[in-house]
Design a protein around this ligand. Structure first.
Ligand code: PGA
Length: 243
């Protein structure tokens, strides 16, 4: 496991964008897994300033809320459109998010897994990290072999995401998310974490005992994971981890 610590959030974000630009240069049909949330915003801002052959890129978002229309300002589709899709020459048929409005969620999740498989699997999965260690919307207790499915959001997650909504009540209670098993099949994984509020979960993820209680510890069994974190998120770590 590789841990890279940056002085600033901006440097961390630039590094993530460099890695994606490099992937696009190296691979003929690069397939990227993408997160939402506050942390990757700098990464997306950096990526739209890069020169790369984005039309060859295929993307799969990690998750989408259930019960929000696609056009809702806080849907993850709208998030991605506002930060990335509107700015890059991506081919619409190569952009994928789970459809949170699907009437048959199970069939939709199956379709999503099939689409990932048909694209040849995910080359690079970029993840944020929840305060409770969730990756995607895989909350504590999620089996590590889990696949894309409909899930309930932990209350702490709804509280964390309430900052994007007019009120806490408006935060959806469910989502469709890639499973931990789906995420672990990516050939390379990058985790982004920034700020002192993430210091504790970064420490638990990297140094604590792997446990179902901290979903991100599942990443410790993956052979190609890099954590890009800033000094604030690394605050509890530096005496322990060799860089
Ligand atoms: P955040 O969310 O980037 O908004 O902190 C991370 C996550 O919940 O995965």
């Amino acid at each position: 496991m590789n841990v890279q610590i940056f002085d600033t959030y901006s440097e961390l974000s630039q590094r993530a964008a460099d890695i994606v630009a490099d992937l696009i240069q190296r691979l003929e049909n690069p397939v990227l897994g993408l997160p939402t949330g506050g942390t990757p915003e700098g990464f997306y801002a950096a990526l739209v300033r890069r020169q790369a052959e984005f039309d060859r890129l295929t993307t799969f978002n990690l998750d989408e809320y259930v019960g929000l229309p696609k056009e809702h300002a806080q849907s993850y589709y709208s998030y991605m459109k506002a930060r990335l899709f509107d700015y890059l020459p991506l081919q619409p048929q190569r952009i994928h998010l789970p459809n949170g409005e699907a009437t048959d969620a199970e069939a939709e999740c199956h379709r999503y897994e099939e689409a990932i498989r048909a694209a040849g699997g995910i080359d690079l999965m970029i993840l944020g990290l929840g305060h409770n260690g969730h990756i995607g919307f895989n909350e504590p207790g999620t089996p590590w072999e889990s696949r894309t499915r409909r899930v309930s959001l932990a209350e702490v997650t709804r509280q964390a995401n309430a900052r994007f909504f007019a009120s806490h009540e408006e935060v959806p209670k469910e989502a469709l998310t890639m499973g931990i098993g789906t995420i672990l099949e990516a050939r390379q994984i990058i985790v982004l974490a920034s700020g002192e509020s993430k210091a504790q979960i970064i420490h638990r993820t990297l140094v604590g005992e792997p446990s179902l209680a901290v979903p991100a510890t599942a990443l410790r069994g993956h052979g190609n994971v890099t954590f890009l974190i800033d000094r604030a998120a690394a605050a509890l770590l530096e005496p322990v981890v060799e860089i």
